[in-house]
Structure formats: C-alpha cells, structure tokens
Design a protein around this ligand. Structure first.
Ligand SMILES: Nc1ncnc2c1ncn2[C@@H]1O[C@H](COP(=O)(O)OP(=O)(O)O)[C@@H](O)[C@H]1O
Ligand SMILES: [Mg+2]
Length: 590
C-alpha cells in the first residue's frame, strides 16, 4: 500500500506549484461573515468543474482555548477606548462600537466554552484546483473567489504560502500552513460541506429489476450537476405527472417510454390521447392501435382462451358487467346459467361471443349480450381470435374511443386491461396513462386503476399517470389513492401554481399541490420554473429540479403530437414503411 503514501508524480514548489503536468492553485478562505448558518458554503456545490475543498480543524483543549480567548478579549478591550483616554484616564463618550461588540462576542464564546457547549480549534479552509492549462485554471480561480466572496467570506489566492498550504491539505499534515483561524465547533459545523447535491441513484433501486440496471434517465440539474432519474422507490415505480395543458406532459411521457426500452424484456403499454406517442411507437417498431377508428379493423376474442379458473371467473364477471351496462340486472339464477353456459362453451371449444349467446339458456341475458355480437351494434368483441398483439411498446389511442358511451368503452377497455394483466410476467414493465383524468372520470376505470396501483407492484409493473387539474367528481376517493400509491411525482412548470379551485367543483393547482404535501416554497419553484425546460421531481428519497433540453432529433419523435405532424408522418409511412424515419428526420431538421 506504499503507493498511497509515496507520491508517484514530481512535485515542483515555488509561487506556482505543479504536480505532474498540472498546475496547482490554492484559494484559502481567510475572512468570515458576522454570522454563519448551516451549509453556508453550499454554493460551492454548484460549480461545474472539479476541485477539492479541504477543511482542516485542529482542536484546542479547554484551557488552551480559554487562554487564547482571554488574550483576544484583552486585545479588543484595549481598542474600545482610545490610547489617549487610557493613558490619561479620562472619560469621554467615544467608544469604538466594533471593538465593544467583539468583546461581547468573545465573552459569550468564553461562556460557551466554559460550559462545554462548544469547543474551539484552528480552522484552515482551502480550495485546490488542478489544471494543465494556466488560462483555464485562472478562470476557475476567479469563479471560486467570486463565489466565496458573494457568501460573505474573504478569499485569497496563495502565492508564497502556496506549497505550504497545499501540503496542509493532505491528511495528517497539521504543521504546514500557518494560516489558521480560531473558530468554534458550531461555526465549523456550518462551514463543512455536510450535505452534497443529491444526484439520484446510480442504479434502478428496484430489486425486481436485474442487478445494476441503469437509471431510467440521465438529466442535468442546476450547476450542471447530473441527476439520475429513477421512477422507482424501492420496488414501487408508480408515478404521477402533473402539469397544465401544453406544459409538456405528453412529451415527457414519450421520453420516459423511449427510455424504458433500455431494460431487457421490457413491456411497455401506453394509453394515449391525441396521438402524441404515434411517432415514437412507429419508429421503435411498436404496435399502435386506434381502437374503434375507421382505419383499423380490430377484433377481440375475450371468450376464446379461458384456460385457468381465474380466466373463467374473470369471464363470468365480465359477462355480468356487460349485461348490467345494457340495463339487465343479473339475478343469482342467471349467474348460475352464465356459469353453466361458459362451462359448455369451454368444453365444446367454442370461441366467439355469438357461440356463447347460442349456449345461454336465458332470453334476457342473450338479448343483452347480442348488442356485442356480429349482429349487434358493435362486433369488435365477437372475434374468434384477438388480432391485437403486444410488442415491447404497445400504444392504445383512446381519443376516439372515449367519445363513445360506457356501453362500448367499458367492455373493450376492461378486456384490454385484462389482456395486459395476463401478459405481465415479472420482467420490467410499465403502463403509461396520459391524460389520466379521461379514464379516471369513469368509476369503473377509477376502480381498476386503484386496483392496479395496489397490486401491479408484485408483477414488477409501474403505473405512470399524467394529469392536469382534477375535477371534484374525478377526485372523489382517487386523490388519496394517488397520494398513497405514487411515491414519485413529477411537477411541470405552472404559472398558475398558486391558483386555488373555483366554487368547489374543480381542484385548483394550488389545492392539488397542497394535497400532495408540497409546501409554499416548493410551489414557488413550480411557479417560477422555466416551461419546457425545468421539471420538479419529488419522492420520499428527495426532491430535485432537473432540466430536459430536447434536441431536434428527440423532439421529432417525442414531441410530435399536433394533427399536422401526425398526418405528415402517416403520409410518409403510407408512401414507404421502410424509409419514413429518415424522411421525417430530414423534414424536421430542415
Ligand atoms: N422540454 C421541451 N423542450 C422543447 N419543447 C418541448 C418540451 N416539452 C414539450 N415541448 C413541446 O411543447 C409542446 C406541448 O407539449 P405536450 O407534451 O404536448 O404538452 P401537454 O401534454 O402537457 O399538453 C409540444 O409541441 C412539444 O414538442
Ligand atoms: Mg398531452
């Protein structure tokens, strides 16, 4: 281990010491403000270059400290009145206020030391910067000096004392560097860097991810400090994204969706509103479904693959649910008939809803279900095979579907949700729901999402919801669940952050932030953050404002959601499915 003690590089002393091929500059802190507060030198954390901050404290024992304090006190005491007055012992009213104050301070320091509240010692604080380039070194030195002086401290670039000062910063070198000041341990506690900037976890913290999985996203925060964004807190990855319309929620979601691809065997499901994930889904080879739009012929076969008992129980519930949507209350007797018909349906290897309707021995149920058969109003659920399959990323565009009534929307989405649940196999998964208030408005889906937030953690699946303000109807009961189950929240800049709700029907952003435990200071950060650049992350692990500056390339795939953009991409894909990506990039970057 000798190599950690014996230097391996030449050290050159003098006014401009050098180690190896790097010049050394030492800046010592040699003046202190009148008062200190915890972490007073925190701004040094924000400098975006490498430096070493050495704090040396040589403890004094009590009697030594008291005698030094006494010496100091006598020195200042003499200065309270002028020499003239002292010599001739005359009294005037001219008293040096500064000196008197110093004496008072030393008196109280002496009392503190006597009662062992604090102890004293010699403090030397140095900032050491190394650089091969003198010019660059000089610039860094200036930044450090500005920084230290702006905090009310004095700074000095060491010249004759440079080598001594540098040696004094090495462990166990207490003799070199005579520049030291007597301070109390209380001041010391305020000066030393007790907190560092939190840069986020190096690895995804979930133990359900492969070990040493990278964080979801590398971002930058103030002072060019990196911030590693992980949505997971332990193994819970549920996240809430909150911000006003146009703040960049969909763009952020698209970026997170893109980033989630980094995990092997990832399964990503996204419910979109307004095609903001269209470009990304198409570009990554994902599946994009516009349910019940004219452009895609989709079919579901909810009754085709009922293998396990839980499949069967699910199918029973689902059939009852759609009967009730049709206004047909299901009686116990009818429940029995449904169960029996399902039994025969499975035995006879039947697949479609029409086949099931032929089995059921109940005219009312048969009538209610026929709405969904090939002869009814919508036949999407009457397939004998699902032609919806999943890829790493499967996106479902809900905008058009959600315009339709519950009778249509609920059976389709509940089956889709069931299919998604079935496909979760423990590999890293995420379900993104953009504009979640649209689905949260339906009591049935609200319950489903509540359930997901509770149970999907077990399946290694994170649920990420984005929303703008919630109306009171949507709010009922869900706010508590979101608050409890989503440990991570990302807030987007909001110039109306302090706006309270109106006449109790809509929660204002302010009410929402307060409900999520933010204080006024944090709301102020959200209020004054720069739109489409700064984001505020909050989780039990910590809070951080981070920056995302998208380049043109990222924006072309994560931020292309206007009708014109989507139409243009669709046109390019229609022309040539292979080359559309390069044409789209060309179009966007020109
Ligand atoms: N960080 C960003 N940098 C640059 N442009 C952005 C950023 N975030 C969003 N945008 C742009 O702002 C617009 C609105 O964003 P969007 O995500 O649709 O907002 P929201 O979903 O909150 O209504 C989009 O055109 C998008 O390209
Ligand atoms: Mg959006």
């Amino acid at each position: 281990y000798l190599d950690s003690i014996i230097g391996a590089k030449p050290l050159i002393g003098g006014l401009e010491p050098k180690i190896g091929d790097k010049f050394i500059k030492i800046i010592s802190i040699d003046g202190f403000p009148m008062e200190s507060s915890p972490n007073i030198l925190n701004n040094l954390n924000l400098m975006d270059f490498e430096y070493r901050f050495s704090n040396r404290f040589i403890y004094l024992d009590q009697s030594e400290a008291l005698s030094l304090l006494d010496k100091e006190r006598r020195k200042w005491n003499q200065q309270t009145t002028s020499l003239w007055e002292q010599l001739f012992n005359i009294q005037t009213n001219k008293i040096d206020k500064h000196a008197t104050e110093m004496v008072e301070q030393i008196n109280s320091a002496t009392a503190d030391q006597k009662s062992n509240i604090v102890s004293f010692g010699y403090y030397s604080a140095n900032i050491i910067i190394l650089d091969e380039d003198q010019e660059r070194l000089h610039q860094k030195v200036n930044i450090v000096i500005q920084n230290i002086e702006s905090l009310g401290f004095g700074a000095r670039v060491e010249t004759f004392n440079a080598l001594e000062a540098w040696l004094g910063t090495l462990p166990s070198h207490s003799i070199e560097n005579l520049r030291k000041q007597m301070i109390s341990t209380l001041n010391l506690a305020h000066f030393i860097p007790t907190s560092n900037i939190w840069t986020g976890d190096r690895y995804c913290p979930s133990d359900k991810f492969p070990i040493k999985s990278p964080p979801l996203l590398h971002t930058v925060s103030d002072g060019h400090v990196p911030f590693r964004l992980n949505l997971h807190v332990g193994d819970v990855g549920h996240t809430l994204i909150f911000g006003p319309t146009g703040a960049g929620k969909s763009t952020l979601i698209a970026l997170l969706v893109a980033q989630f691809h980094r995990y092997r065997n990832a399964k990503i499901f996204a419910f979109d509103k307004g095609n903001s994930l269209f470009a990304l889904t198409k570009a990554t080879g994902g599946k994009h479904y516009e349910i019940l739009s004219d452009s895609q012929e989709l079919s579901f076969a909810p009754l085709a693959n009922l293998k396990t008992t839980s499949d069967r129980v699910w199918a029973e519930d689902w059939i009852e649910m759609i009967c009730e949507l049709q206004g047909q209350k299901v009686m116990p007797e009818q429940k029995r008939k449904i169960r029996e018909a399902l039994h025969t349906h499975i035995e006879t290897n039947s697949k479609t809803l029409t086949e099931f309707i032929a089995q059921i021995q109940d005219a009312d149920i048969s009538e209610a279900l026929s709405f969904y058969s090939s002869k009814g109003s919508i036949d999407m659920l009457d397939g004998d095979i699902d032609n919806i399959t999943f890829a790493t990323l499967s996106t479902f565009e809900l905008h058009e579907l959600m315009q339709l009534g519950d009778k249509v929307v609920i059976p389709i989405l509940l089956y889709l949700f069931h299919k998604i649940e079935q496909s979760l196999d423990g590999s890293p998964s995420a379900i993104f729901i953009d504009e979640a208030w649209v689905v949260l408005g339906h009591p049935v889906f609200r319950d489903k999402i509540k359930e997901w937030l509770k149970v999907l953690r077990k399946y290694n699946c994170a649920v990420i919801l984005s929303t703008q303000s919630l109306s009171d109807a949507t709010n009922s009961g869900i706010l508590d669940v979101l608050q409890e189950s989503c440990p991570t929240k990302i807030f987007l800049p909001n110039s109306k952050a302090f706006q309270k709700g109106t006449d109790n029907t809509i929660l204002g952003p302010y009410d929402f932030y307060r409900a999520f435990g933010l204080n006024d200071q944090e709301i102020e950060i959200i209020y004054s953050a720069i739109p489409k650049r700064e984001y505020y992350y909050s989780s039990p692990n910590g809070t951080r404002k981070f920056n995302l500056v998208f380049d043109e390339f990222t924006l072309a795939f994560c931020g292309a959601s206007s009708i014109e953009e989507v139409t243009h991409i669709k046109k390019l894909i229609l022309e040539d499915e292979q080359s559309w990506i390069s044409k789209w990039i060309q179009y966007r970057t020109n």
